[in-house]
Design a protein around this ligand. Structure first.
Ligand code: DQA
Length: 141
């Protein structure tokens, strides 16, 4: 099974960025943890600070992945383009947020992306990505 894990803007700074909200683990540690925990999954990891690059990656996903885990970061709250790309490719996708966006500022409480996802997992930090992978494994098996 092939899973594409997409992380959006500023998530390259994980570990240094507002650790009280996002935790002290780095993006590299997150990715290595998933590889180690799910050796049966072939992962591709992609991070970008650019909306169009994320759209391009989603458009190419059907050639390289069976499912998508996505933390669109701030684009969650603004990007109809990412929503449309996920709908266009139609792969099963799970949305993840490290923090609990529903208990934060009002502008973080709406996600454009949820409408294209099987589930949205929030506030569980790195564990949320594991739950997303497990949900995709269950869905795709
Ligand atoms: C985030 C929540 C977003 O509101 C924020 O812009 C992020 C990270 C999260 O993982 O909690 O960059 O997606």
């Amino acid at each position: 099974m092939r899973i594409l894990v997409i992380n959006g803007p500023n998530l390259n700074l994980l570990g240094r960025r507002e650790p009280a909200i996002y935790g002290s683990g780095t993006l590299e540690e997150l990715e290595r943890g998933l590889r180690d925990k799910y050796p049966e999954v072939s992962f591709r990891f992609f991070q970008s600070n650019h909306e169009g690059a994320i759209v391009d990656e989603i458009q190419s996903a059907p050639d390289i992945a069976d499912g998508i885990v996505i933390n669109p970061a701030a684009y969650t709250h603004t990007s109809i383009a990412i929503l449309d790309a996920l709908k266009a490719v139609g792969l099963p996708a799970v949305e993840v947020h490290l923090s609990d966006i529903l208990s934060r500022e009002s502008f973080r409480q709406h996600s454009f992306i949820s409408a294209a996802c099987l589930a949205t997992i929030t506030g569980k930090h790195f564990r949320g990505y594991e739950e997303a992978v497990e949900l995709l494994i269950k869905t795709l098996s």
